[in-house]
Design a protein around this ligand. Sequence first.
Ligand code: F6P
Length: 342
Amino acid sequence: MRVGVLTGGGDCPGLNAVIRGIVRKGVQEYGYDFTGFRDGWRGPLEGDTVRLDIPAVRGILPRGGTILGSSRTNPLKVEGGTRRVLETLAAEGVDALIVIGGEDTLGVAAQLHAETGLKVVGVPKTIDNDLSATDYTFGFDTAVNIATEAIDRLHTTAESHMRVLVVEVMGRHAGWIALHSGLAGGANAILIPEHRFDLDQVCGWVESRFKIRYAPIVVVAEGAMPRDGDMVLKDGTLDSFGHVRLSGIGEWLAAQIEKRTGKEARTTVLGHVQRGGTPSAFDRWLATRFGLHAVDAVRDGDFGKMVALRATDIVRVPIGDATARIKTVEPALYAEAGVFFG
Ligand code: F6P
């Protein structure tokens, strides 16, 4: 049995831990051989492979990034893409493919499985934590820890200068990173895409914070939007899955706050720092278990499924359940945080 492995979409901490779990269990317990595909779906599309055996996965558990490389290549948008992917897999003697990715990468896996019978198993990955059907994706906990540490540090400098500090975090159209890091870091306002914000209210929170002689920290998700207006973007370019590149709301918000309150306001955009470096212990634990269970699904011939976390159990769900719609923050959960605003 030869199993292919690829990592697609935005990278995130824990990818290497999944790869290690897959290869260690697959080789040691089931006697499988592995082929790594480079840069997500670009690997099978262009026949670009990487050696993947036990020596190749030694020492990678704590390393960020992915030894396989990643990309946002969408083979379904390329002329003859499906045929080329299938030809590469046949030429490499790959019997089954483990696809580690988010909504887009797994969406391709689900479609290829449905249309061609390709034997795929999915592993959910994204710092955004926006995949349905799993309680958590790995990478999210690390991103939240990085953002929380940044907020902790920004509190002290904000107070020294009595400035407003706006922190823009990632998350695409879901506010999970903003909500978790904002609560953990004691932010005075948390603005998420699921709830359009009222600029007057945000300025009111800023002013009330200054009245008690503390400087406010405003955490804003990159996809957050003002009640009266559109998404603020620095750059409107699209990726091959048709997603617009987010970021820009932080700068815009600081300028608006400064204009309306007369208080100096600055922005920190955390950007890719949230995706880089070593995974947290939780993400190593989750990613390793996802890897072990993904190779078990291959052994059981349970294809078209994705491994998912439910409480502390790893279960298998149809990949389509995870990709049909994104998981967003419910209004009641967001409302809980409101007691700390202002
Ligand atoms: O999906 C993960 C993510 O980091 C999002 O939070 C962010 O909007 C996007 O990827 C950025 O993508 P890229 O690194 O391709 O600019």
